[in-house]
Design a protein. Structure first.
Length: 459
């Protein structure tokens, strides 16, 4: 495979001239609003990547993303560093995040597609390539389609490109030759490859293509094209997940929705209750009758106020005397104390739980993150349990959701009341992570309406 074709002085050795985001990542305009720390980390990552210091580039690129998580250029550079390190899973996540944030650069699209192909997700790669086909160079598009499992389409794109070019480039011819090989047309592949490959190297070129022609060798093909060594990859660090950094309008919308849910779920305010006044004694009745005519009740003596149970009457009496009414000082009787204790015990959990200890209500869930797969979701839950011991007695709920055409796996904790859900979210947010509570009867939009929810009791 001809590795003499380069995309630029700082690009990795590509087996074809695929212009991935690794090459030429100047990304003009992406740093106009970057904070100094993010800007510095971004520049350091670029320098390290250009020098081939991949691990160092990853450290600096992750720092840039953490400092300014919604900058698509920073996400794209991080994906390029992961791709150069052979970490295809992390690269796909980072490039996908960059695209979600509005990066439509063909290099980012192509890089995302290559990472997805390396993961065996050719269908997702083809969908992305089709969405941006007009912006991607035909030489790159044709071979990428072939690598994604559609070699016939790749041949069609490349043949048309060769025919429409006044002078086809070596890149275009060699990409077509390799695409012929992926399509199983070895005679045409040999003829086209011979246009640019010396005769004494042609057999080695064909043997290299044949060694990686088996359908299941998708990762090896991408690794060879990018001249990288695949690395065991646990995925992008959870702290960098885009779901942890929602856009301002999303946070405002979620807050407004939650406020509506809280209002709808709030229990009605209990009606004010007052201890029944004891019956006045005969001596009092006589005194009252002797000092106050019936038509002048508001001018009753001050000592009578403490026997009146109606607060409106109390207010009138106090106003008439030109002073605030005295607070009632009647101690409850033993039967009244027993009645109050019985009423408190019978109150529903949401009413009696003024301290937020309403877990027994189990009316709410707390969403703690979104992941690209169920496996990642389960790993994320393990990390969350270690960081927040409050989760140990709650169930994990993983729900599939589709948002803007992408599938996510949401992680939520079950078994909260409204108050305890808010309290936990406050703790999680204070630790710098995303979180919001919602009623079980009003799940977030986008949930797939089929039996995909799974719950597991934590240990």
């Amino acid at each position: 495979m001809d590795r003499s074709i380069k995309t630029g002085p700082t690009a990795p050795r590509l087996a074809l001239a695929v212009t991935t985001a690794i090459a030429g990542l100047a990304l003009s305009g992406c740093m106009t609003s970057a904070a100094p720390r993010a800007d510095l980390s971004f520049g350091s990552a670029q320098t390290a990547l250009a020098k081939g210091q991949v691990d160092k580039a990853i450290v600096h690129a992750e720092a840039a993303v953490l400092a300014e998580p919604r900058n698509p250029g920073f996400r794209a550079l991080l994906g390029a560093a992961y791709l150069e390190a052979g970490r295809f899973d992390s690269a796909a996540t980072s490039f996908g995040d960059a695209l979600d944030l509005g990066d439509n650069d063909p290099r980012t699209v192509l890089s995302f597609a290559l990472a997805k192909i390396a993961l065996g997700e050719g269908r997702d790669a083809v969908a992305m390539l089709d969405d941006h086909a007009q912006a991607i160079d035909a030489a790159d598009l044709g071979l990428a389609l072939a690598l994604a499992g559609q070699p016939e389409r790749g041949v069609h794109v490349l043949v048309n490109a060769v025919r429409s070019s006044e002078q086809a480039s070596p890149k275009l011819r060699q990409n077509l030759a390799y695409t012929y090989a992926l399509a199983g047309n070895w005679r045409a592949a040999r003829v086209m490859a011979a246009e640019d490959v010396p005769a004494d190297q042609l057999e080695a070129r064909m043997a290299g293509w044949a060694a990686q022609s088996a359908p299941g060798m998708f990762q090896q093909r991408i690794a060879t094209l990018l001249d990288v060594s695949p690395r065991a990859d646990g995925g992008q660090p959870q702290r960098l997940a885009l779901a942890n950094f929602p856009a301002q309008d999303v946070m405002v919308a979620e807050a407004a929705k939650q406020a509506q849910v809280d209002l709808a779920m709030a229990p009605p305010a209990p009606a004010p209750t007052y201890a029944p006044a004891p019956a006045p004694s005969d001596a009092f009745n006589a005194a009252f009758a002797a000092t106050e005519p019936a038509i002048q009740t508001v001018a009753a003596p001050a000592q009578a106020i403490r026997y009146v149970s109606n607060p409106v009457v109390q207010q009138l009496r106090g106003a008439s005397a030109g002073r605030a009414p005295a607070a009632p000082r009647i101690a409850p009787t033993a039967p009244q104390r027993r009645m109050a204790a019985t009423a408190a015990a019978a109150a529903p959990p949401a009413v009696r739980d003024v301290a937020g200890k309403d877990k027994a209500a189990s009316t709410h869930l707390v969403q703690l993150g979104s992941y690209n797969s169920k496996i990642e979701a389960e790993r994320g839950w393990a990390v969350l349990k270690g960081k927040f011991p409050q989760l140990k007695d709650h169930k994990l709920v993983v729900t599939e959701a589709v948002v803007n055409g992408r599938t996510f796996w949401r992680v939520a904790a079950q078994g909260f009341g409204a108050n305890s859900a808010k309290a936990l979210c406050g703790t999680v947010k204070s630790a710098g992570r995303g979180c919001f509570a919602y009623a079980a009867s009003s799940p977030p939009a986008g949930a797939v309406k089929r039996d995909v929810q799974m719950a597991a009791r934590t240990r």
